[in-house]
Write a protein that binds this ligand. Sequence first.
Ligand code: UD2
Ligand code: MN
Length: 352
Amino acid sequence: MWKTAVFLFAMLCVLTALSIVLSSLFLYPQGSGWWQVARNHNQTSCSRHDLLGRVKIPTLSAAHSSISITEASFGLLHGGGFSPPNCKSEYKVAIIIPLRNRESQLRTLLSHMHPIWKRQLIEYRVYVINQIDGELFNRGKLLNAGVSEASKDEQYDCFVFHDVDLLLENDQCMYLCDTEHPLHLSMYIDIFGYKKLDYSVQCSFNGKDMRNNRIMSFGGVSMATHTQYVLSNGYSNIYWGWGAEDDDFYIRIKNANYSVVNPYGRKCSYSMIKHKRDVGNPPNPARFYALRNAHKRRTKDGYNSVKYQVISKELLLLYTSVTVDIGKPSNELLNFMRNCETKTCPVNIPLE
Ligand code: UD2
Ligand code: MN
């Protein structure tokens, strides 16, 4: 009796071993052992068969319907993150959205973009960086704070800097960084008649004219790897109010010896949600002066010097919400800005 039991047990062991060897030979042929199966499942690079090409831009009410919010949140991790279940994404991407008082646009953006990002099979998480009320808006400083806060959660190797009002029109425009160069995705926008934005021609970095009547903007949606961001020293912190912080970032990138690329061309076209200039974000009168001197400040003022306080951090269904106090411009800087508005800008711009 016990002999039969031992025999059956031995047979079971042999059969199990055999099935493991065979499955590792046929199912996982690249020399991987069965013990690596769980890991290898996730090591496969992602094939993006489910992309649709052009996508419909939602109306406001459609974007805010419970169907579209449910679709957007489906399969997301708490805090607005996603990891493709069957393959490995090339980068860990943090999508950073600077925000103040534009919650309705945020809902439209995320209900439109989450399904696209999921189809793109990228590993990502959305961080919304809210500036507390009251002072002049500062997009650059918020983005620096965003990179710093996201980096406390994970070792992200790719960062997207995303305006809240830009809706992508084609899901083949991939939100993946390039190790060689930073990317600018939002070069074709409906409100500019899809005229290609220009920043690369005749940009002189020694303080001469840099605009030459072109629609010049490096804002909207841009991307950098962690290394590119650190070597460029991120955004300048001194642009309070509207304008030029994006072009300053471009100058930093060029000074760090990178170019800017857009591998997807016109596929990366966007619709901008209609909006007026916000209260608390008037055009910064010192912006052109600051831009002309951007190359001089870039090592002292930027990601390496950003100061802010985290007021709260919440993991919500569609995003991680980080509210920060980024302070306000010093009296010296405010005086400088006033001078630029009324007279000419004084020579040295304060760095706080
Ligand atoms: C352009 C740039 C933008 C930025 C800005 C100058 C493009 C497509 N966009 O946008 O990236 O460089 O010029 O500063 O070139 N925001 C709030 N609340 C506010 C103010 C701003 O949430 O009170 C955020 C929001 O994410 C918004 C972004 O900042 O999308 C840029 O502000 P904007 O949309 O008013 O500026 P716009 O469209 O001229
Ligand atoms: Mn806008």
